[in-house]
Design a binder for this molecule. Structure first.
Ligand SMILES: [Zn+2]
Length: 400
């Protein structure tokens, strides 16, 4: 599949018989549609079968009345190189997350690299190398073809604006978690976030207590002053700020509120509820923060969706939007929405066998995980029935 990847992408794919289509857009979470047409890896039509040109496809997928959603986006991961994590000495973790419906991962810094360089030249070299390496992996269809957006330098003291210009020109578009390097003061971070923003790079800040020995506390005053694009793990990773401080971040900052699996679950649930009450649910995005001390969580995003829907009492179709369309919009990604012109990144799901829920959305609302029946990236089927989720009741059928 690796070599055939770019060839498979070409041509027409008809996805028909969709029972429930989730758009990823929390303002219009459910689409009145049963068919998606894909050409060369991109969505070209979404609608009712009678209104779509379904003729002459390379591939037909009969969804058999089950659910189609945008592929899930993990907003916060710590990749290193290849499909390997030194944190838990584990191989194949990215491909395993594909089986949890994840089609895109965003690096919050390649911080687990043993001996990670901390001098400015080394920081830049690592970021550019990681960006190139993960882009190359994706082009080759490695690690299940998951889109790992990496090359996220952790800012260090001594960096100047020309360093950010150089990184941006080289194709680096992210900053890793601010606070994991030597820059920990709000004013210094704000200056570098400003430089990054001026050169088109997006930033994330660590929030809460130290994650591992060697990292430090970042409290709400530093987060507010730094003003990074994403308030990384607003529920801590693991140690959360006091809830009052989290409320202040919700109320006083317009930036993305990232809830992670590897955080304080109580604060995660309260943050989601508070964002709904404040009428800013568009800011809520989800991540795992894996690999971390708590390990790799191939089903982490699905688990967070079920946790938030069931315990924060938010409709499941909205919470799926937190992990797809919200992340796409807060981070300026093309994928994450079922819409004409977007990449054909999808997760096909059904209610897990023997769930007490009436249907998929009800089962998630009751706290159960859905069963993944297929995952597609850029119009290429990357896995069929998931080896990791509980088994889906019904899975899609492929025809040619
Ligand atoms: Zn962190």
């Amino acid at each position: 599949m690796a070599v055939a990847g770019s060839v498979d992408k070409l041509g027409k794919v008809v996805i028909r018989n969709v029972g429930l289509m989730l758009s990823g857009d929390i303002d219009r979470p459910i689409l009145d549609a049963d068919t998606v047409i894909v050409e060369d890896g991109k969505i070209v039509a979404v609608g009712r079968a009678a209104d779509c040109d379904t003729g002459d496809p390379r591939l037909t997928i009969d969804v058999r009345g089950t659910t189609l959603a945008p592929g899930l986006i993990d907003s916060h991961v710590h990749p290193v190189f290849g499909d390997w994590t030194p944190r838990q000495n584990q191989l194949g973790w990215i491909e395993s997350c594909l089986h949890g419906g994840v089609t895109t991962m965003i690096s919050a810094g390649e911080v687990h690299l043993p001996g990670r360089p901390k001098d400015v030249v080394g920081v830049k070299a690592l970021a550019i190398t990681a960006q190139r390496a993960f882009d190359g992996m994706r082009a080759a269809g490695l690690a299940g073809g998951v889109k790992v957006l990496a090359g996220a330098p952790v800012i260090e003291k001594g960096m100047r604006e020309e360093d950010f210009a150089e990184l941006a020109a080289a194709g680096v578009s992210l900053l890793g978690e601010i606070g994991l390097g030597s820059v920990k003061a709000g004013d210094e971070a704000a200056r570098m976030v400003g430089w990054a923003r001026r050169h088109g790079m997006r930033s994330t800040i660590h929030t809460g207590g130290p994650s591992i020995p060697g990292s430090g506390l970042i409290d709400k005053d530093v987060v507010l002053e730094a003003d990074a694009d994403v308030i990384g793990h607003v529920n801590g990773g693991h140690t959360a700020l006091p809830y009052q401080q989290v409320c202040e971040l919700c109320e006083r900052s317009p930036r993305a509120l990232e809830i992670v699996h590897n955080g304080n679950e109580r604060i995660g649930i309260l943050t989601a509820k508070h964002a709904m009450e404040l009428r800013c649910p568009h800011r809520v995005i989800l991540g795992t923060d894996a690999p971390a001390g708590s390990g790799v969580q191939p089903l982490g995003i699905l688990r967070l969706i079920a946790l938030i829907s069931s315990l924060a009492d938010i409709p499941a179709e909205i919470v799926f939007g937190f992990a797809t369309g919200n992340t796409a919009r807060m981070r300026g990604l093309a994928q994450g929405l079922i819409e004409v012109g977007r990449p054909a990144d999808f997760v096909f799901m059904d209610k897990a066998q023997h769930s007490a829920g009436r249907d998929l959305l009800d089962s998630v609302r009751l706290g159960d995980l859905p069963g993944v029946g297929m995952v597609m990236i850029d119009g290429i089927v990357r896995c069929e029935r998931s080896r990791n989720t509980p088994p889906a009741g019904t899975v899609p059928a492929i025809g040619h």
